[in-house]
Every structure is written in structure tokens, then in C-alpha cells.
Design a protein around this ligand. Structure first.
Ligand code: TMP
Length: 222
């Protein structure tokens, strides 16, 4: 039984997760907690290599099942190498995406369905569930425009091509969006839905409120 607290952030590309994770980590650090922060895919040496295969638009021919398997391969490594040891040591782990992303993107977006994803989750993640999931869903149009703009900038600055998902059609993202809503409805105790085009400060406030509440009710943190 893990003694730490596991928090995940979820949302469409361009939902502002990265900014919010930085602010949440700074907030926790100011309170004397040293959060372990990671992202998926990525977060370990082999995970970073898997990320390159998954996000590079030259990998466009990756089949949906391959994509899902690689997401879980990355996750299994992150759990073994980073997440579980940190939770066992009583730490707070903040993860940018987890299995809800696979359910939304591969289950919903790629139309594999939730059941397969949840079965694999049970098998591969050994029942590890976040204590709290913050689901950021600003309006559909705003998220997508931001994600596409950001990737053009990142590619220009670093030469890295992480466009494969963002070049998907709007219909794909609609399905991802709907699946995220379905997850939030199904698991209201775990998932806090932060909707609408709120300011960065407003989203941060809502996140802090939920996290503070959860830190009080969750297992003790050393
Ligand atoms: P991000 O690091 O900018 O959030 O990008 C990761 C991309 O990978 C994003 O488009 C969502 C996608 N993704 C999946 O499709 N399934 C998953 O399980 C995960 C973790 C990410």
C-alpha cells in the first residue's frame, strides 16, 4: 500500500497542464514537500526514447495497438523506476498524464474502447490509481489552437518534431474530449474537472484547493 500521494494532471493538448504543474510543484516545495514530477510518455531514459517514437510525426504509420502498447511500456517503466519507489518513500508524485490519457486518446480518439485500456491498466499498472486527478478542459477550440501553435514554435526552436498527435483531425480530438468527460462522470471522487477558459491564476487556485483537501484526507506524508 503506497504511503505517498499520487496526483495526475490530464487534459487535451494545449490545456495548460505544463504551466500548472510548474506552479503546483512550486507551491508544494514552498510548503516543505519535495514533489517528484514527471511526464508521460517520458520521465525515464527508456521512456524518453519511447516518447520520440510516439510523438514524431515521421512515425505516422504506428498502428493504434502499437501506440497503446508503447504508452503502457513507457508507464510500466515509469512506475518501476520512479513512481512506486517515490510513493513507497512517502513522497508526493505529480505526473503529467497517466492511464486516463490512454483511455481518452487511444480508447476514445483511436476508438479502441475503454475496456481494453482498463484491462491493460489492471495488468500492467498493478492497480496503481492516482489519489487525485486534475482534468483541465478549457474550450475545445482554445486548447487545439494553443497546442498547434506551441508545436510549431518548439520545432523552430529545438528542431524536435512532436506534431504527430496535434496534426490529428478535429474529430479525433472531439472523441478524446468526450472520453475525458466520460471518465470524470464515472469517477467523480478521483477526478476534479476544471472546465472553461479560466485564467492561469484561477486554474491554479482551483488546483491548490483540491490538492490541499486531498493532502489532508490522504495517507500521511512523511
Ligand atoms: P504532451 O507531453 O504534450 O502532453 O504530449 C503527449 C502526447 O501524447 C499528447 O498528444 C497525448 C498523447 N498521449 C496519448 O495519446 N496516450 C497516452 O497514454 C499518453 C500518456 C499521451
Amino acid at each position: 500500500m503506497p504511503r505517498g500521494v499520487f496526483i495526475t494532471l490530464e487534459g487535451l493538448d494545449g490545456s495548460g497542464k505544463t504551466t500548472q504543474i510548474k506552479r503546483l510543484a512550486a507551491w508544494l516545495t514552498r510548503r516543505g514537500m519535495e514533489p517528484v514530477v514527471l511526464r508521460q510518455p517520458g520521465g525515464t531514459a527508456s521512456g524518453d526514447r519511447i516518447r520520440e517514437i510516439l510523438l514524431d510525426s515521421r512515425s505516422a504509420a504506428v498502428a493504434p495497438m502499437t501506440e497503446m502498447a508503447l504508452m503502457f511500456a513507457d508507464r510500466a517503466q515509469a512506475i518501476a523506476e520512479v513512481i512506486q519507489p517515490a510513493l513507497d518513500a512517502g513522497k508526493i508524485v505529480v505526473c503529467d498524464r497517466f492511464t486516463d490519457s490512454t483511455e481518452a486518446y487511444q480508447g476514445g480518439g483511436r476508438q479502441i474502447g475503454s475496456e481494453v485500456v482498463l484491462d491493460l491498466h489492471r495488468l500492467i499498472c498493478g492497480g496503481l490509481e492516482p489519489n487525485l486527478t486534475l482534468l483541465l478542459l478549457p474550450s475545445f477550440q482554445v486548447s487545439l489552437a494553443r497546442a498547434r501553435h506551441r508545436n510549431v514554435r518548439v520545432e523552430a526552436e529545438t528542431g524536435k518534431d512532436e506534431n504527430r498527435f496535434e496534426s490529428e483531425k478535429d474529430a479525433f480530438y472531439r472523441r478524446v474530449w468526450e472520453k475525458y468527460h466520460e471518465i470524470a462522470r464515472r469517477e467523480p471522487d478521483r477526478v476534479v474537472l476544471i472546465e472553461g477558459d479560466l485564467s492561469i491564476d484561477e486554474v491554479h487556485e482551483q488546483i491548490i484547493e483540491s490538492v490541499a483537501e486531498r493532502l489532508v484526507t490522504a495517507q500521511p506524508i512523511r
